[in-house]
Ligand binder design. Structure first.
Ligand code: AMP
Ligand code: ZN
Ligand code: ZN
Length: 325
């Protein structure tokens, strides 16, 4: 049985890239410190700011929340846990239940944003009526709601549970497809544009999927293990995933080096996401030209561009951002 490199107790995890085995207690400390260090190193959120934490009900964003809240206490920023009820039937009910149990266990409140309540249709309805793939509809809806929520609530950034393995996969995919500027946007911090595009931050940038899972289990965090019924792993994604697993096996630490260097490159390139965007004439939110994807989608399905409605709905949910004195 492997022993903890710090205290000699039974190890629960072997971290090959860090050449350490850690017990539950030391791994918890290690994981939380890695997240806090990333927040500080990459300047994700500063003292006095606030961040919307996008919590899906899955393990990754469950593993994001406690270290983010701890870092917020220590560094002096505010966290607004937020869940989108996407309207994907039983799956969404399970996700919502997991989020409720998680936030109850952590003693925090989550804002629950109900897509169906906002526009009268959920992601499943929109996908069916539009004939578009559910994952692409879901992506449009999630991005729209999270961005609009951050703006309507006046929070400074949106934090997601994307971890090192997600981001390395997207980065390699972008590079292989020749989308180099796309890869540069997989940085830990992506700037927004004043009044219409929120800053996006990824506090789990330097921790891998297995570490998130171990952390969630060791901390007994409630999360759902049910995969989204629409999950579709494209063949290129699957190939890259396998490639990254092979790399990990033979060269632990290389993936982290790759992503750190991408973060440095992104910083020096300073891709300004706001630069490629205009504003949607229907709702004022970012668009790559003309009416935004969300307004186009809702107009085609519901007969009305629903961006403004979403913004009004989100305004009605606006949480209090000031700390109780
Ligand atoms: P996914 O795109 O499903 O891999 O999720 C990536 C990240 O997006 C998660 O780690 C969350 O931070 C966020 N996210 C996904 N689904 C939701 C949801 N229903 N509500 C809030 N945040 C979500
Ligand atoms: Zn130990
Ligand atoms: Zn719009």
């Amino acid at each position: 049985m492997a022993r903890c490199s710090k205290c000699g107790r039974r190890a629960v995890v072997k971290l090959r890239y860090a050449r350490m085995n850690l017990c539950a207690e030391h791994f918890t400390q290690y994981f939380e410190k890695r997240v806090k260090d990333a927040i500080v190193k990459y300047g994700l959120v500063s003292s006095g700011e606030s961040v919307l934490a996008a919590v899906s009900g899955g393990k990754d964003s469950a593993a994001l929340l406690p270290p983010l809240i701890k870092a917020a206490d220590e560094l002096g920023f505010k966290v607004v846990p937020t869940h989108l009820d996407l309207g994907l039937g039983e799956y969404s009910r399970e996700c919502l239940e997991a989020v409720r149990r998680l936030t109850r266990a952590l003693g925090v409140d989550a804002v629950v944003v109900d897509v169906k309540a906002a526009i009268g249709a959920g992601v499943a309805d929109l996908a069916e009526a539009s004939g578009k793939p559910p994952c692409s509809v879901c992506g449009v809806v999630k991005r729209y709601f999270l961005n609009a929520a951050a703006l309507e609530w006046g929070v400074d950034a949106v934090a997601t549970g994307h971890h090192l393995d997600d981001l390395a996969l997207y980065a390699l995919k972008n590079i292989l497809l020749g989308e180099l500027m796309g890869a540069a946007k997989l940085a830990p911090r992506v700037e927004g544009g004043e009044g219409f595009l929120a800053r996006r931050v990824r506090p789990l940038y330097e921790v891998g999927e297995r570490e998130c899972l171990v952390y969630a289990i060791v901390k007994e965090l409630p999360f759902t293990r049910t995969a989204c019924p629409n999950t579709y792993i494209g063949s290129l994604d699957a190939t890259i995933k396998q490639f990254l697993l092979n790399i990990d096996e033979r060269h632990p630490g290389l993936k982290l080096r790759f992503m750190r260097s991408l973060a440095r490159l992104a910083r020096s390139l300073r891709p300004s996401p706001a630069a490629g965007y205009g504003r949607c004439p229907e709702c004022g939110m970012p668009s790559r030209g003309g009416v935004c994807g969300f307004c186009r989608l809702t107009k085609s399905v519901l007969g009305e561009a629903a961006g403004r409605r979403v913004r009004n709905y989100l305004r009605s949910l606006r949480p209090t951002l000031t700390n109780p004195a």
